[in-house]
Design a protein around this ligand. Structure first.
Ligand code: HEC
Length: 184
């Protein structure tokens, strides 16, 4: 993994998501919850040979040479995203306080160490998954309606909004090769 400069096992990768994407704490490696998630992933991969690349239907790339236009991204956000993710990026909770639509910025959002805080990483997710429910077919009616430029613009807009810091950032990319959209 280029970001950590070493090979990371599944438990380490899951804890990376907890600490960055969920802005939370790592789980003990031997905990029941961690063991359950690893068991689930092993079950998912049981008929896939080791080292085989699998096709993911709602994942892909965007053109990373595109230059982002934040003002255009803001317009796209308020036209196509804010109904679910909120006028202030706060997302939406149900009456029990559980998250229905995740926040995209602010105190409850993913932190600056998450891949989603990087414009082009976020754009690749957004292009193939958002706006959710726009399609009548496919996985969850996911995305694939924005152009690469749309996805880059809207991602530049929300990715650069205020969000929690990630203290572990000092250890990232120890061997150099920091991507151009890294936030620190
Ligand atoms: C109909 C509601 C809806 C709309 C409209 C919508 N989203 Fe989402 N969005 C969701 C839901 C639900 C999730 C959580 C998906 C999941 O966990 O699989 C999500 C997840 C995300 C995430 C990941 C957040 C995280 O914490 O990892 C990003 C980024 C995102 N959306 C951006 C956008 C952008 C940009 C737009 C507009 C182009 C948009 N969304 C429009 C419902 C919506």
């Amino acid at each position: 993994m280029p970001r950590s400069g070493k090979e990371v096992d599944l438990e380490g990768r899951i804890n990376g998501c907890f600490m960055r994407s969920m802005n939370g704490k790592p789980l003990p490696r031997e905990s029941e919850e961690m063991q359950a998630m690893v068991a689930y992933m092993k079950w998912l991969s049981q008929s896939t040979p080791k080292n085989q690349k699998v096709t993911i239907s709602n994942a892909g790339e965007v053109d990373t040479s595109l230059v982002a236009d934040t003002a255009r991204g803001e317009q796209i956000y308020y036209a196509q995203c804010a109904t679910c993710h909120g006028d202030n990026g706060e997302g939406m909770k149900d009456s029990r306080g559980d998250i229905v639509f995740p926040p995209l910025w602010g105190d409850e959002s993913f932190n600056i160490g998450a891949g989603m805080a990087r414009t082009y990483k976020a754009a690749a997710f957004v292009k193939y998954n958002m706006p959710m429910g726009i399609q009548t077919k496919g996985l969850w009616g996911h995305g694939n309606v924005l152009t690469d430029q749309d996805a880059v613009d809207v991602s530049e807009f929300f990715a650069h909004k205020p969000r929690p810091d990630f203290p572990g950032k000092v250890n990232d990319w120890p061997t150099g090769n920091k991507p151009k959209d890294a936030r620190y």
